[in-house]
Design a protein around this ligand. Structure first.
Ligand SMILES: [Zn+2]
Ligand SMILES: [Zn+2]
Length: 820
């Protein structure tokens, strides 16, 4: 008898499950012993996912005795070993449970691999049994059993009928030996084939406008064929129309090979682009980090695509990370044209089946240009030859829930482990990356001119201390603050510019990082502000919902009209996008105006429809929050207005100036993308603030130099490492626990070898900037250290872990993106 092969398997089980266990490789599945293979293994009475780490140590006593066998293999390809190492590193560095990071490595179909199927053991009761009075009146298990067909039912369908009582009933029936439970593997549906329209189709689609629109789209944009994935990117609900059109014979399925066309050849590179591409080409095959600093419109994407071509020519793969995949349809289209049949798009809007299919194709090496958001940093890309992190400064790279990690930094670590170059690209680099480029850790590549040779827009600051004075109120009669847009949102300059731009038939973009109607309601008499009962933040007024809403916990109630303290009327303070939209309708009657923020963008399809209309020029004014700061280039935009530019400057956050500068520079970069020059008006009450003035001059270097000086003085990142620890809970328990945690951290910091006293500082506990959230008190402890190892050791020695005890919750945020 052949010696049994034993392997260590990292379990992805959660709870109190062990980290790794030894399993036997079944004789009929010998290949599943390969490291990196995703498998299903038995654990207790259930099946869980796992990743094979490698052969078990023969000396290990855990590997002796009778071992349970690996049950199944998920997919044919293994995960590249360097990503398993990456997950371990991220778990240590970010103090997040390793099982959570391993979960990020698994294919989307590995989470549910079996379904419990319930079969009757005793002969099925006669159909009449269903109507038998004694059963119909009897306990639920009798009724459930009576309803079981001989072929059984899945537990899901039983739950949908019997609800929360299903589990207890099944346990009882099992004990009574009236049923048995079988784990059945979920059959994965065959991947959907690409489709194309049938030119000979002559049917009438007038009564089915969605199908008609899709049919026309297929005819005009995809005459050869298009993958379902690509269609889903345009419209997550497209599958229904596809099925209907297939049934009508208006479209047909074609083999995958129909997608492969001649790759498109890119435009001629400008000198600067050429230099950047050559530098990247020279670095292929080894780890080297680059910062590609290029002003908006300078053609960074073309550099990425050229470098990707060089990587593909070596037979290697490319991983392209973007902040938000839904906002980058142009990039996906360009990549598809350049690498036909090779592009994988990992998109959360896709169905589980589509994502699983893409994942397996990437793991197998069938798709070698992988585009995705933050989570794609863990995609199973084989033979990785290059990683690109586009818009590397973007806050979307930071995951703000467990496991809290910074996707950009994980990408750099992945490149190191995979031995390949990594490019961080931005027009407004993060100060961390910029400092790394200044110190020579990253190689700096620069693009200083715009691809279309167009000039940068003219940016002007409008001093609202002068221009924003409200006209004297003629009548002080309390108007309903929810009906009348407040005066003073637009300066006379901006008002004039909006009128001129509209009259010229050009487009205007208005940016305001505050949604809702008004920021809050305040009493003119006693100063009372309407705040959330569960959080220490004011309620924002939303007119459409007629509600005062907490943007942190979602609490909502009808807005109060009078002060509960002194009964005077409450007045609306400061404005949000909803109110600006109403003001615009007043200022430009008949103009086509749309608003994009979290409120309107939540409607399915609204974002895409609005962006399409905006690009096509069928909107005159677009007003929005930071959702409009990214992408959304429309050639017809000649005016950009920024309202309340200083609103974010005074957040209690050391990154406030950096974020404000980035936002303003990105917003200003939206103007003048076409051949007409653009102008940008920035309204502010602090026209002397350096962040605004550097943005005005398009001077990133100047901004960075000043800001880095003040960061260095305070030893803030990038000159030190920061960890933010939040303890939440009931007032007393959380305060006590925070004191204990701070004590442990101080002791741990003091015990580090080779570290000067005071080099690792533990500050706090202090009330967090948002002191109460969802009815829980919050305390904050800050750990400041010189470098990452100091921080990692301090946290490890204090044995501090994210998690929940019976009363309190501990959040550890290493390298926090913000302090709020
Ligand atoms: Zn009052
Ligand atoms: Zn709240």
């Amino acid at each position: 008898m052949a010696l049994e092969q034993k392997v260590r398997v990292a379990l992805v089980a959660g709870g109190r499950a062990p980290d790794t266990l030894t399993y036997a490789v079944p004789e009929d599945l010998p290949e599943c012993g390969a490291p990196g293979t995703v498998v299903t293994v038995p654990l207790g009475s259930r099946l869980v996912s796992g990743i094979v780490l490698g052969p078990a140590d023969p000396e290990d006593p855990a590997g002796s005795g009778r071992l349970r066998k690996i049950r199944n293999q998920i997919g044919r390809a293994a995960i590249p070993p360097h990503i398993i190492e990456l997950a371990s590193w991220a778990s240590r560095y970010y103090r997040a449970p390793e099982a959570l990071l391993r979960r990020a490595l698994l294919p989307p179909d590995a989470r549910r691999h079996t379904r419990q199927h319930i079969l009757p053991l005793q002969s099925t009761p006669p159909e009449a049994g269903l109507f038998d009075q004694t059963i119909a009146m009897g306990p639920i298990e009798d009724r459930l059993w009576a309803s079981l067909p001989t072929s059984g039912l899945s537990i899901q369908s039983l739950r949908s009928t019997w609800g929360s009582e299903t589990n207890a009933a099944i346990q009882k029936l099992k004990r009574q030996k009236r049923i048995r439970v079988e784990e059945r593997e979920i059959a994965h549906r065959q991947p959907a084939l690409p489709v194309r329209s049938c030119p000979e189709f002559a049917g009438d689609l007038k009564r089915a406008p969605r199908q008609q629109a899709l049919f026309k789209l297929l005819q005009s944009r995809y005459p050869h064929a298009v993958s379902r994935t690509e269609l889903l990117l345009d419209d997550p609900g497209v599958n229904r129309s596809v099925t209907a059109l297939l049934a009508r014979g208006a479209i047909v399925e074609v083999p995958e090979t129909a997608l492969v066309q001649e790759p498109e050849i890119g435009p001629t590179l400008r000198r600067e682009q050429q230099v950047a591409v050559e530098a990247l080409e020279n670095a292929l095959g080894r780890f080297e980090p680059f910062l590609l600093f290029g002003i908006t419109g300078s053609g960074k994407t073309e550099v990425h695509l050229r470098a990707a071509q060089a990587v593909r020519a070596r037979g290697e793969s490319v991983l392209l990370l973007v902040p938000e995949i839904g906002l980058t349809p142009q990039l996906v289209a360009q990549a598809n044209a350049r690498f036909p049949g090779e592009v994988a798009v990992l998109h959360s809007a896709l169905s589980d089946n589509e994502r699983a299919r893409t994942w397996h194709a990437v793991a197998a090496g069938d798709l070698s240009v992988v585009i995705g958001p933050r989570s794609a940093v863990f995609a199973p890309v084989r033979n990785l030859g290059l990683i690109v992190v586009d818009e590397e400064h973007d806050a979307a790279y930071k995951q703000e829930e467990l496991p809290r990690y910074q996707g950009r930094d994980v990408a750099v670590m992945r490149a190191k482990l995979a031995d390949c170059p990594v490019v961080l690209a931005s027009a407004t680099p993060s100060l961390e990356s910029w400092q790394n480029a200044q110190s020579g850790r990253y190689q700096l590549l620069e693009l200083t001119t715009r691809a279309n040779e167009g000039p940068l827009p003219v940016v002007r600051l409008v001093d609202m201390r002068v221009s924003g004075k409200k006209p004297p109120q003629t009548q002080s009669a309390p108007e309903n603050p929810l009906e009348t847009p407040a005066a003073g949102a637009f300066s006379p300059e901006l008002e004039q510019a909006l009128l001129e731009t509209h009259a010229a038939g050009e487009q205007s973009l208005l940016f305001l990082n505050r949604r809702g109607w008004s920021r809050f309601l305040q009493c003119d008499g006693c100063g009372y502000v309407d705040i959330c009962p569960d959080c220490s933040v004011s309620l924002t007024i939303h007119r459409r919902q007629r509600a005062a809403i907490c943007h942190h916990c979602g609490f909502a109630r009808p807005p109060q009209s009078r002060c509960p303290e002194c009964r005077q009327p409450l007045a609306s303070r400061s404005f949000g996008t909803e109110q600006i939209e109403a003001s615009l309708h007043k200022l430009l009657p008949g103009a086509r105006i749309a608003r994009l923020d979290k409120d309107t963008g939540a409607k399915p399809g609204f974002l895409q429809k609005t962006v399409d209309a905006w690009r096509a020029g069928s909107l005159d004014v677009l007003i929005g929050t930071q959702m409009i700061a990214k992408g959304h280039d429309a050639p017809g935009v000649t005016l950009i207005g920024v309202l309340l530019a200083d609103a974010s400057l005074h957040f209690p956050d050391f990154r406030a100036a950096e974020k404000t500068f980035q936002l303003l520079a990105q917003v200003a970069g939206r103007a003048g993308r076409g051949d007409r020059p653009g102008r940008v008006l920035i309204q502010t009450r602090q026209p002397e603030h350096p962040s605004l003035n550097f943005a005005l001059e398009h001077d990133f270097r100047g901004f960075a130099a000043g800001e880095l000086t003040s960061r260095a003085a305070l030893a803030y990142p990038p000159f030190g490492r920061l960890v933010r620890v939040i303890i939440e809970g009931p007032a007393e328990e959380s305060a006590q626990h925070a004191e204990r945690v701070a004590h442990h951290l101080r002791r741990a910091a003091g015990s580090l070898e080779g570290v000067e006293p005071g080099e690792v500082m533990v500050l706090g506990p202090a009330p967090a900037p948002i002191e109460r959230l969802r009815g829980r008190d919050r305390h904050q402890i800050l750990i400041k250290g010189k470098d990452a190892p100091q921080i990692t050791q301090t946290l490890a020695r204090a044995r501090l872990a994210s998690g929940t005890t019976d009363k309190t919750r501990t959040i550890i945020d290493v390298d926090p993106a913000g302090m709020l």
